[in-house]
Design a protein around this ligand. Structure first.
Ligand code: BTN
Length: 261
């Protein structure tokens, strides 16, 4: 299998992320496997990588297409010593790390769409699902799940996602080594998570804003069946999107589905 532990470990130069690496041909969801490992005490930086998922999950109870032999599905156990309210910052760290990694393969094509989709040429190539477990008033662990469409062909996407999704292959016409892609993502995540732990959240927020194609544009946000429209003017330190309504009032949106108008 192209994705195997010895070959990835040989290439991986990281301090924290991937110091324990587990690679599986098939799991239900790498987030579920990482969650079980974390409950057993799996250390910060443990990575679960799978060739395929039978029950890949996305945000808002959606499924994540996870065929074998084509893409990257990975989850990381993180144990930052932060209060639960700061946990959305970890998704921003991940989005910046993936955007940085993808720009090594598709320079000039990469952008971020709030809350944490990474796009290539304006279509979604990566989704991030971060799941939190609380201890006493603080985060016990976070499972950071990252799915990246690497070599998937347009015709293989489910019809309902086909027009809005893409892969590195679709944007570049090149088949990419998933091993190389995995190593690049884990190394960029190691770097940006290190920046975050060293107190560099404002730098990460600045990076996120510079990748984000929504700021300064009119957006429609769906929040639990309710729709609001306005100008995206920034993000808060908690990762919430700040929208300026037609009235001039500013509202912050913590979760939802965004469309640039
Ligand atoms: C989204 O955009 O809705 C988030 C998608 C997250 C998919 C990844 S694939 C690896 C990890 N395991 C899962 O079941 N989901 C995440």
């Amino acid at each position: 299998m192209e994705l195997n532990k010895p070959d990835i470990q040989k290439l991986l130069q990281t301090k924290t992320i991937g110091r324990d690496l587990q690679v599986f041909p098939e799991v239900r969801s790498t987030n579920d496997t990482a969650f079980s490992l974390a409950l057993e005490g799996g250390p910060e930086g443990t990575v679960v990588l799978a060739d395929s998922q039978t029950g890949g999950r996305g945000r808002l109870n959606r499924s994540w297409q996870s065929p074998a032999g084509q893409n990257l599905y990975l989850s990381v156990i993180l144990r930052p010593r932060i209060s639960p309210g700061l946990s959305p910052r970890i998704s921003l760290v991940a989005a910046v790390a993936v955007a940085d990694a993808l720009s090594a393969f598709c320079p000039g094509f990469v952008s971020i769409k709030w809350p944490n989709d990474v796009l290539l040429g304006g279509r979604k190539a990566c989704g991030i699902l971060s799941e939190l477990t609380l201890g006493d008033n603080s985060v016990d662990f976070i499972i950071l799940g990252i799915g990246i469409n690497v070599n998937m062909k347009k015709e293989d996407f489910d019809p309902e996602h086909r027009e809005r999704s893409t892969s590195i292959f679709e944007e570049t016409g090149r088949i990419i080594s998933r091993r190389e892609a995995a190593v690049t993502v884990l190394q960029r995540l190691d770097y940006w998570y290190g920046v975050y732990l060293a107190g560099g959240f404002q730098e990460i927020k600045g990076q996120w804003l510079s990748w984000c194609a929504m700021i300064g544009r009119r957006c429609r946000i769906g929040i639990n069946g309710e729709i609001i429209e306005g100008l995206a003017v920034g993000i808060g330190d908690n990762g919430a999107l700040i929208i300026e309504l037609g009235s001039g009032e500013k509202v912050t949106v913590l979760t939802g589905d965004a469309t640039v108008l």
